[in-house]
Design a protein around this ligand. Structure first.
Ligand code: HEM
Length: 461
C-alpha cells in the first residue's frame, strides 16, 4: 500500500477550485459521471467541496473488487441509511453484518424462481385490470401517463404478492400513505441534509409521521390477524412468517416483519416501474423491435395469457426489459462507504467518512469498452451468444455480490408478463412534440412523467 497514490493524485476532473464538481453533481449528474469516465477512465475522483471525495467506478474489475471480493471493506453509506430508517427500519436494504445475514438467509427461499412461479396469476390479473381500465378510457387521443400507470401496477403487484391486498387504488388510504411516505423519503434522500430536522413539527414532517403510522398500523394489523388465524394467505407475508432460522429455530418478530414488508414495498415498486417506463419509451422509438417482440408473443401465447412455463419462452420480451435496464438503470448509482482502508486502481482509499464510493451503473452500462455502440437500443445484446463475450459484471442493474437485489427474478417476471399482455392488445406511441428526458433522482425516471398515446395493436402479420 505504500506505493499507492493518494486520493489527491487520483484521476478526475478538476472542477471549480473550491467546490469541485458539486454543482454539476446536483444539476447534471448523468453527464458528469459519463464525461468524467470517458475522459479519465474507469476510476475517477470527483471533488465535492474542499473535504469530501466521491470515488466513482465504471469497470467490471473494480465492481468485482468492491461488491464481490472485498465486500467486507465497504458498507452502506450511513447518511443514506439515516434517511431510509424512519420508513424501512432495520430491513434487508438498510441492515448490515450478522443481522442482515440472518434475515437474508430467512428471506431468500421466498424469492426462489419456483416459489415466484405461483405469482404468475397475480401478475396476469393485475395487468388485465390495468388493460381493462385502458380499454375503457373515454378518449383515445388523450395522452396516458405511462410512468404513473407503471407505478400503479407495480405497487398493486407488490401489495398483492406481499399481503394479498391491492393498495394501488387512487382512493386507497394505505396506497396514499405509502405514496406520500415514499415520495417524502425520496425528497429526504435528495436534500443532502438541507432540510428541516425531523423532530420539528413542520407540515411535511407531520404528514410523513402520520403516513408512516398509518402504514405501521396496517401492516401490524395484517400480521396480528394472520397470527390469530383470522385470515390466511399464500403470499410472501405467509412465507416470511413461517421462515425459521435453521440454527436457532427463531422466527421474525412483528417489528421485523413490518420492516421487511416496508422494504419490499419501497425497493420493489419504483425501480420496476421506472425500468418499464423506459422500455415503453424505447420501444416506441423502434417499431421494428416492437414488431419482433409482438410476433414472439403471438407465437408463444397465441392470444392467451402467459403461464409460468411461458415466461422463459418469451425470451426476446425479457431482453427488451434487460436492455432498457442497461440504458436507464433505475438504480443508476450504488453507494458505499469504505469501512476498512483499501487500494483501488492503485489509489489508497482511507476508511473515512469524507470518502463516498459510488458505482456508476449508468456509466458502466454505457462504457464503450464493454458495449459496442453503447447508445443504441439493441435487445439482441442479451442473447446467450452475445452475453458470453462480455464480462459478467459489465451489467449490474440489480447490483452484485452478497447484496444482490433479492427481487431480481420477480422484477424480470413482472416485466415479461406485463409487456406480453400489453403488446397483445395495445401499441404505445410517443406523444408528438413531447421530449423525454431522464431525471436521475433516487431512480432515473422520465422527467415530468411519460405521456404516450394508446392505440389498438396492429393486426398480426
Ligand atoms: C427493475 C427492478 C429492480 C431494480 C433495478 C433493483 C435494483 C436493486 C439494486 C441495485 C440493489 C442493490 C443495492 C446495493 O447493493 O446497495 C437492490 C437491492 C434490493 N432490492 Fe431490488 N431492484 C429491483 C426490483 C426489486 C423488487 C421487485 C424487489 C422486491 C419485491 C426488490 C427488493 C430489494 C431488496 C430487499 C434489496 C436489498 C437486498 C439486500 O441488501 O440483501 N428489488 N435492488
Amino acid at each position: 500500500m505504500t506505493q499507492a497514490r493518494t486520493l489527491e493524485q487520483a484521476p478526475g476532473p478538476r472542477g471549480h477550485w473550491f467546490w469541485g464538481s458539486i454543482q454539476e453533481r446536483r444539476e447534471q449528474p448523468l453527464e458528469l459521471f459519463t464525461r468524467a469516465h470517458a475522459e479519465h477512465g474507469d476510476f475517477v475522483r470527483l471533488r465535492m467541496g474542499p473535504t469530501l471525495s466521491l470515488l466513482s467506478l465504471a469497470g467490471p474489475e473494480l465492481v468485482k473488487h468492491v461488491l464481490v471480493d472485498h465486500a467486507d471493506r465497504y458498507g452502506k453509506p450511513p447518511a443514506l441509511m439515516k434517511d431510509l430508517y424512519p420508513l424501512l427500519g432495520n430491513g434487508l436494504f438498510t441492515s448490515d453484518g450478522d443481522f442482515w445475514k440472518r434475515q437474508r438467509r430467512l428471506m431468500q427461499p421466498s424469492f426462489h424462481k419456483e416459489r415466484l412461479a405461483a405469482l404468475t396469476t397475480t401478475l396476469v390479473d393485475a395487468t388485465q385490470q390495468m388493460l381493462a381500465r385502458w380499454g375503457a378510457r373515454p378518449s383515445a387521443s388523450e395522452p396516458l401517463d405511462v410512468a404513473s400507470e407503471m407505478m400503479r401496477i407495480t405497487l398493486g403487484i407488490v401489495g398483492r404478492a406481499l399481503f394479498s391486498t391491492d393498495v394501488s387504488g387512487t382512493t386507497d388510504r394505505v396506497g396514499q400513505a405509502l405514496t406520500l411516505a415514499i415520495s417524502e423519503t425520496n425528497r429526504r434522500l435528495l436534500s443532502l441534509g438541507l432540510r428541516a430536522p425531523d423532530f420539528l413539527p413542520t407540515a411535511r414532517n407531520r404528514a410523513f409521521r402520520h403516513a408512516v403510522s398509518t402504514l405501521d398500523a396496517m401492516v401490524l394489523d395484517v400480521i396480528s390477524r394472520r397470527r390469530s388465524g383470522q385470515t390466511q394467505g399464500e403470499d410472501l407475508l405467509a412465507t416470511l412468517m413461517a421462515a425459521q432460522d435453521a440454527d436457532t429455530g427463531e422466527r421474525m418478530s412483528d417489528t421485523q416483519l413490518r420492516d421487511e414488508a416496508m422494504t419490499l414495498f419501497l425497493a420493489g415498486h419504483e425501480t420496476t416501474a421506472a425500468g418499464l417506463s423506459w422500455m415503453w419509451h424505447l420501444l416506441a422509438q423502434h417499431p421494428e423491435i416492437e414488431a419482433r417482440a409482438r410476433a414472439e408473443v403471438d407465437t408463444v401465447l397465441g392470444g392467451r395469457a402467459p403461464t409460468a412455463e411461458d415466461i422463459p419462452r418469451l425470451r426476446y420480451v425479457t431482453w427488451l426489459f434487460e436492455e432498457a435496464l442497461r440504458l436507464y438503470p433505475p438504480a443508476w448509482v450504488i453507494g458505499r462507504q469504505p469501512v476498512k482502508e483499501d487500494e483501488l486502481a492503485g489509489v489508497h482509499v482511507p476508511a473515512s467518512a469524507r470518502v463516498i464510493l459510488v458505482i456508476s451503473v449508468y456509466a458502466l452500462h454505457r462504457n464503450p469498452r464493454l458495449w459496442p455502440e453503447p447508445e443504441r437500443f439493441d435487445p439482441e445484446r442479451f442473447s446467450p451468444e452475445r452475453s458470453a463475450s462480455r464480462p459478467r459484471l459489465a451489467y449490474i442493474p440489480f447490483g452484485a455480490g452478497q447484496r444482490l437485489c433479492i427481487g431480481n427474478q420477480l422484477a424480470l417476471m413482472e416485466a415479461t408478463v406485463i409487456t406480453a399482455l400489453v403488446l397483445q392488445r395495445f401499441r404505445l406511441r410517443s406523444l408528438p412534440g413531447h421530449t423525454v428526458e431522464p431525471e436521475p433522482l433516487v431512480t432515473i425516471r422520465p422527467k415530468g412523467g411519460l405521456p404516450m398515446l394508446l392505440e389498438p395493436r396492429p393486426a398480426p402479420a
